[in-house]
Design a protein. Structure first.
Length: 310
C-alpha cells in the first residue's frame, strides 16, 4: 500500500520527512535508515552463502536495464543524483499533502556477494531490499527477500489523523521468482510480516516489457498487489476505540492495488543517466471505502538525473 517514492529525502528545510504507506508505489523518504530488522535478516542470510551467485533485482530495474536473461556477477554499483516527483496520494498520512511536488536526492544501487544481495531503487515502489539467491537458471531466478512493504502512517504526518492509533512500518520476508521471456519479464512475490505488526501476507505480481529505440530504453510494467485481511485491517481499518466525528468504524477484508508504469531511460554519457517514469495505481473497494481514503486512485511522475559510480 505505497504511494510515495522511496530512495530520496526532501531538501526543503524544516519539513517533516515524508513517508508512504503502500508497498505499491510510493515510501519512507530516507531509504538509508536501516532498521534493526535489516541487520537481523542480513545475519541470518550470511549463514546461507554458497559457491554460486546470481543477480537478483526488482522488476522495475530489470526492465529499465533491458535485461533479457539472468545475469551472474559479484560486485555492484551506486547511482547518486537528483529526482523531481509530482505525486497524488489517495490515502491520508502518506505525506504532508495529498498532492504536491518533491525535489530530492535519488539513490539507486545494488551489491551482491556469493548470492547475498542488497538493492536500492528510487524509481521503484520499494527502497531497500535484502535477499539471497536460492536457485537460478539462464532465464529464471528464485530469491528469498526481506523489505518493509508498508510504511508508518500517523498523526505526525497528517493532522487529520488525530485520535487514531499509529500504524507502524512493517518488515516482511518471503520468496521472489523472476522469469525472462525475451523482452518480457514476469515476477511473483509472496511475503509475510515478521515484525509482529499485523502478521499479514502480501502477494505481488508484475509483468514488464521493454523496447530498445535507438539509445532509449522504453518500458511498461503492469502490477497487482494483493493484501490479506490482516494487512488491510492494520493499515486502513478503523477500530471501535478509534471512532471519532471524522472516522467511523471500518473493518475491511482483503484488498488489492492494480497499477501501470511507463517510462524511459536514456544514457546521457558513460556516467550519467536520465530517467522519467509515470505510475498510476487504483485501489480496490476495500481500500477506497476506508475512512482514511480520499480518492480511489493515485499516481506519480518521477524524473531523475543520476551519476553512476562503479
Amino acid at each position: 500500500m505505497r504511494t510515495r517514492a522511496k530512495g530520496y529525502t526532501r531538501l526543503q528545510g524544516g519539513q517533516k520527512p515524508a513517508r508512504r504507506l503502500l508497498r505499491y508505489t510510493p515510501a519512507t523518504m530516507n531509504v538509508m535508515t536501516i532498521r534493526s530488522r535489516f541487520f537481523l535478516l542480513a545475519l541470518s542470510l550470511a549463514g546461507m552463502l554458497a559457491s554460486g551467485w546470481a543477480t537478483a533485482n526488482d522488476i522495475a530495474r530489470e526492465v529499465r536495464a533491458g535485461r533479457d536473461q539472468a545475469a551472474s556477477y559479484d560486485g555492484g554499483f551506486l547511482e547518486l543524483g537528483l529526482v523531481v516527483e509530482v505525486f497524488s496520494n489517495p490515502l491520508m498520512g502518506l505525506s504532508e499533502e495529498d498532492n504536491g511536488v518533491d525535489i530530492g536526492i535519488a539513490l539507486n544501487g545494488e551489491y551482491q556477494w556469493r548470492g547475498l544481495f542488497v538493492e536500492a531503487n528510487t524509481e521503484s515502489e520499494r527502497g531497500l531490499v535484502l535477499g539471497y539467491n536460492l536457485a537460478r537458471g539462464e532465464r529464471w531466478l528464485l530469491d528469498i527477500i526481506g523489505s518493509n512493504q508498508h510504511d508508518e502512517i500517523s498523526e505526525d504526518m497528517d493532522d487529520r489523523l488525530e485520535g487514531l492509533r499509529d500504524r507502524e512500518l512493517d518488515f516482511m520476508l518471503g520468496l521472489r521468482s523472476t522469469h525472462y521471456f525475451g523482452s518480457n519479464i514476469f515476477q511473483l512475490e509472496w511475503m509475510r510480516d515478521i515484525s509482529d505488526r499485523h502478521e499479514g501476507v502480501a502477494v505481488n505480481a508484475s509483468l514488464g516489457k521493454f523496447w530498445q529505440v535507438r539509445n532509449w530504453n522504453v518500458h511498461a510494467i503492469l502490477t497487482y498487489r494483493h493484501k490479506s485481511a490482516r494487512v488491510m485491517e492494520y493499515y486502513v481499518g478503523v477500530r471501535e476505540d478509534e471512532v471519532t466525528d471524522r472516522f467511523s468504524a471500518y473493518s475491511p477484508g482483503a484488498g488489492h492495488i492494480s497499477g501501470l508504469e511507463v517510462g524511459i531511460t536514456l544514457p546521457l554519457s558513460e556516467k550519467w543517466i536520465l530517467r522519467s517514469t509515470a505510475q498510476y495505481f487504483a485501489l480496490s473497494d476495500a481500500m477506497s471505502e476506508s475512512p482514511l481514503a480520499t480518492e480511489d486512485a493515485g499516481g506519480r511522475l518521477l524524473t531523475s538525473v543520476t551519476r553512476v559510480f562503479n
